[in-house]
Design a protein around this ligand. Sequence first.
Ligand SMILES: Nc1ncnc2c1ncn2[C@@H]1O[C@H](COP(=O)(O)OP(=O)(O)OP(=O)(O)O)[C@@H](O)[C@H]1O
Ligand SMILES: [Mg+2]
Length: 263
Amino acid sequence: MGHILIQNITKEYVNRRRRPRNGEDNTRDEVLTVLDNVNLEFQDGEMVCILGPSGCGKSTLLRMIAGFDTPSSGQILIDGRQVTAPSADIIFVFQHNGLLPWMTVWENVELGLRNMQDEEEKSAQIQEFINMVELAGFENHYPSQLSGGMQRRAELARALAVNPEMLIMDEPFNGLDFLTHMKMREEVVNMHEFIAKTTLMVTHDIDDALVMGDRIVVMGDRPTQVKLVRKLEMGRPRNLDRDPELAALRDELFFMLGVSYAV
Ligand SMILES: Nc1ncnc2c1ncn2[C@@H]1O[C@H](COP(=O)(O)OP(=O)(O)OP(=O)(O)O)[C@@H](O)[C@H]1O
Ligand SMILES: [Mg+2]
């Protein structure tokens, strides 16, 4: 489970121009080609980090994999089955502010386990996930009573509880301070090692991709094609300053994303 095949995906958005009032219509709808014949394959259990310029279609691609949007042509297969609609059991989408504000940390995590019958076992599991993300003592807090980093950790605990076939994260570390970002990176790597589920993460941070990814995908400018797919063979934890191979790849990625001074 957790194999994703993206075949010849093209995505166009039609932006309707406003019609003039007098009825004469010299305007045409504008077609924006976002993704242009994209082919990708993700293996079961892989952690894939996706980089690319703003507006190139990364979120669009994730939305289509999760079934919230449909390609204009081509198809997406998950374990051989075409994606046609969202499926909460298969994919957990990790979002900013994904917690329900009127529920406590405990209740938010419990949501992921609502199919579990045995109350005692359920409580033990909830506590285990909360402990795992180091939120013990905050079970009865509401999201608004937590810091940004704690909220993300609570979301991670919920993702663990849902135990989906795959995890999709769209810039999950946005807005976190530097240290919390570093810690969350570690948490996600640990979680990925623990659950061993296919994880797709869009990030603007090249170091996230280098530290976390089993594979890195770089997308180009619109109309977007895949510019690079690179498998990272080195184990973790990874040290960007001490591993010359990673340092070289870092320069290459910066260059590819249009930042040449770093090279
Ligand atoms: N529903 C929509 N209708 C029309 N155009 C859209 C729609 N959603 C996205 N787009 C356009 O598609 C392009 C890609 O958007 P998308 O959000 O996928 O980019 P992105 O790579 O995630 O960018 P960022 O890094 O800034 O988040 C953009 O030009 C955007 O304007
Ligand atoms: Mg986006």
